[in-house]
Design a protein around this ligand. Sequence first.
Ligand code: NAD
Length: 317
Amino acid sequence: MRILVTGAAGFIGFSLSNYLLKNNHKVFGIDNFDEYYSIPLKKKRLKILNKSKNFIFNKIDIKNKKKLKHFFKRKKIDTIINLAAQAGVRHSFEKPLKYINVNILGFLNLIEVAKDNNIKKFIYASSSSVYGENNNFPLKESENLNPKNIYAVSKKLNEKIAEMQQKFGLTSFVGLRFFTVYGEWGRPDMFMMKLFKSHMTNKIFHLNNYGNHLRDFTYIGDVVKAVGKLIKKKFKKHEIFNICSNNPVNIYDIVKNFNKRYPVKVKLTKIHKADILKTHGSNRKLNKNISKIKYSNFYDTFYKTFDWYKKNKIYKL
Ligand SMILES: NC(=O)c1ccc[n+]([C@@H]2O[C@H](COP(=O)([O-])OP(=O)(O)OC[C@H]3O[C@@H](n4cnc5c(N)ncnc54)[C@H](O)[C@@H]3O)[C@@H](O)[C@H]2O)c1
């Protein structure tokens, strides 16, 4: 297949592109090298993808519709996977407008170009944060949505837009509600990479809400397999899937476990207003629609990720 991955220099975009290339797809990657976090890290990811002759990269901002239109010419792309976004819950309190511009206007630009080019399938990233504070665990896709911040609102609106567009166009939309994805090449603004960095640099690690959070951590290796299977499936209507391991882990327990082997100076802090106490999704719908994935063991992949982090000196980037 000929697949466009937006946000290809990002954590999930890079990992998925790498997986698709290994599975003999042609991948067109675009990214604007946004400055939200380390550009050298994004460039390092891209260097790996560029080794494949089936990968073609273009530096494009999805806010720039003119460039997007031009890019699509003669590419014969059949599937779009939109992973370009301003991610991060906390940052949405500092830069709310950026979330509207990239996650909503950029998203709409892509949809319009997709329609103009008769793209058959449009897969896009949503987020577990659309559920907000909801205790009906494990959360099913049919639950009420109660977003608590602009980031989550932008993702909920993506889902609404896709739902409406599906009714009018030829394109088939699939939304992915990712639950705390972790693993090699992970995002430096997320808990795990911050913990690793504190150990490697001997700096204080701020443990939010005294570690009293549970997250349905989902390993990147499992995520790319699931998305790889969804790409091949045909759906008659707009579908949304939780991409989760259905296995919430307590953050305090992780820090304690890590600290026993690798000392970290931990400072306990109060809860941040943006944070949800617990995430725990149901992956029943996903498992019913694709051949079952054997989800990775959390601590095995957690330490595997740390080994990779140390070996590649990621804290220096
Ligand atoms: N990682 C997670 O745990 C998680 C959880 C829920 C949802 N998501 C969603 O999944 C998607 C991918 O997340 P990620 O963790 O890989 O984030 P990421 O920040 O690593 O990747 C996003 C990429 O998009 C690029 N980008 C940003 N603005 C752009 C623009 N205007 N034009 C082109 N490229 C742009 C960035 O440079 C970055 O490389 C995002 O939509 C995110 O909201 C991620």
